[in-house]
Design a binder for this molecule. Structure first.
Ligand SMILES: Nc1ncnc2c1ncn2[C@@H]1O[C@H](COP(=O)(O)OP(=O)(O)OP(=O)(O)O)[C@@H](O)[C@H]1O
Ligand SMILES: [Mg+2]
Length: 294
């Protein structure tokens, strides 16, 4: 972490969290405020003190751990970068923005926090903090009941959220002057690279629709070529992602491109995003496609 600037208040806050044993830590901030950097630093501080640290990545669009469009759980290790922490579990949200998907973000974050088996759980969040983002953060706080909220700000942009959770322990920190902003194009390219990496080595499986439990939409209306889907086992635990390659309603089959082994797949959750096989985000099922859905 030598290239990272750690302002004194960042260090003091991490020491306070350790001393007070504030086990559930929710990190808030607008985009590019250093949320992920602070989560990594805090994780290293707590790991170095000898504690197992869970990390819940609830920033569906700019993930550090696991594929986009999911909420993920990982365990941090002092020696590893955040992005190298192995994925332990995931919950499919179905989109790369929380807008229009507040419920799966709230439910998924809660599920991952409940699954975490560690004395400390650090929760990173999306940079959406105004409008529906403010609503989302308020309900995430209500459902998670963190022992401390770390608010990273450039100015006082989290004022409305912080005022509405004054009954919690809140630590307000300034972003480092070394923080760099990412453009929309860079963010999209990072997501597409993350999808590409996730689907590397994926295989195509043809499954019978009647053997699957389809959730989050009607097959006849929503199931289409290129749709990003979530896969879960019979207990509803997330297994991974799939891209629909072909739907054959006459035969009652769906072909899925996925790195997930077919044996465990029981639930198919329909998402709201279309992806090409190489991870590019498409605006419709038919974009750049000569063989539309059957
Ligand atoms: N303390 C710091 N020292 C050096 N660089 C930093 C620091 N904080 C943030 N940065 C840099 O600024 C950029 C944004 O930081 P980071 O990704 O942590 O922000 P974020 O709030 O998580 O952003 P996002 O909205 O994409 O989730 C990154 O390139 C990061 O390396
Ligand atoms: Mg981040």
């Amino acid at each position: 972490m030598s290239a990272i600037d750690i302002p004194t208040p960042w260090r003091t806050a991490a020491e306070q969290i350790l001393k007070q044993q504030w086990h559930r830590i929710l990190v808030l901030g607008a985009t590019d405020r250093g949320k992920s950097t602070y989560c990594a630093f805090l994780g290293q501080t707590l790991s170095a003190a000898g504690f197992r640290v869970a990390f819940v990545d609830a920033d569906v669009g700019q993930k550090d751990v696991g594929p986009p469009a999911t909420i993920s759980l990982a365990y941090l290790d002092e020696a590893l970068e955040l992005s190298q922490a192995p994925l332990a579990a995931l919950y499919f949200v179905g989109a790369v923005s929380p807008i229009g998907h507040l419920l799966p973000v709230v439910v998924g974050t809660k599920r991952m926090v409940e699954l975490a088996q560690a004395p400390f759980v650090i929760i990173d969040t999306s940079g959406l903090v105004t409008g529906s983002g403010r609503v989302l953060k308020t309900f995430q706080i209500d459902s998670l009941r963190p022992q401390v909220i770390v608010a990273l700000e450039k100015e006082q942009e989290l004022g409305p959220i912080v005022r509405a959770c004054r009954n919690y322990n809140v630590i307000r920190l300034r972003s480092s002057p070394q923080t760099k902003a990412k453009s929309i194009d860079i963010r999209r390219a990072a997501r597409e690279q993350a999808f590409r990496t996730y689907f590397e080595g994926a295989r195509e499986h043809r499954l019978r629709l009647r053997q699957l439990v389809v959730q989050r939409g009607f097959v006849s209306v929503r199931l289409a070529h290129h749709l990003l889907c979530g896969l879960a086992d019979s207990q509803g635990e997330g297994l991974g992602l799939a891209i629909v390659r072909q739907v054959n309603f006459r035969r009652g089959t769906v072909s899925l491109l996925t790195p997930v082994a077919r044996q465990a797949i029981r639930i198919l959750q329909l998402g709201s995003l279309y992806l090409s096989s190489d991870g590019c985000e498409l605006s419709s099922p038919f974009q750049g496609d000569k063989s539309p859905a059957k």
